[in-house]
Design a protein around this ligand. Sequence first.
Ligand code: R1X
Length: 237
Amino acid sequence: MYLSNLKVEADQLPKKVIVCGDPDRATLIAKSLEENKLLAQNREYYTYVGYFNNEYIAVVSHGVGASGAAVCFEQLIQGGVEEIIRVGTAGSYQKEVRPGSLVISTASVSTDGFSSQIVPKGFPAVADLSVSNKLLAETKKVSFPIFSGITLTLDVFYQGVVPFPHQQYQEAGVLAVEMEIAALYSIASIRQVKAGAIVAIDGYADSNLAEDYNPHTDQIKQAIDQAVIIALNALTN
Ligand code: R1X
């Protein structure tokens, strides 16, 4: 089967995949794979394969936003992928979840439009328990500020005339906000594959987030690098 947006043949894909938003990050992650090879690049979707811990895996970028990312997730699953871990960035909803720390998303609030168009209202976007447990087990091996709990998926990066829903979810204890995890978890549930996610916190999410947004600091880079190591080991151990 030819996966037309990824521009990859299904039989080239392994069963396990790391996904991330940024194509450049996929290129960087791929450098830590042995015998790494770029299979294809099309639009925001860059697909690398190689070996980590002697296991054949892929690293694929999905771009920004739930609906574009969903095309990537669906085609990976059509290609036979059975386990997906997202590594990404997110804005913090809680004071103690400081920039530079990591969050394992055990579930995501689906405030995105995409999820509401593929599953009924109220359908939970949850990580696979075994994947979350593997990610948590890897965090025990590193000394890094790490949290686990609920994140939120939003479509909007720049606020319009409708206010952001941040405050109610901060009060409800949601840890962080990003733009793709709910789509990943909803798709994984209905297609019956495993998914999980770990994100590096790149700032506090308030109404000024977009203006103040700078994920290109050394501190954030270190956090992303740490998240990548945790995800690669969780996927292959
Ligand atoms: O998930 C969010 C999105 O992919 C986090 O960072 C991107 C926006 O810059």
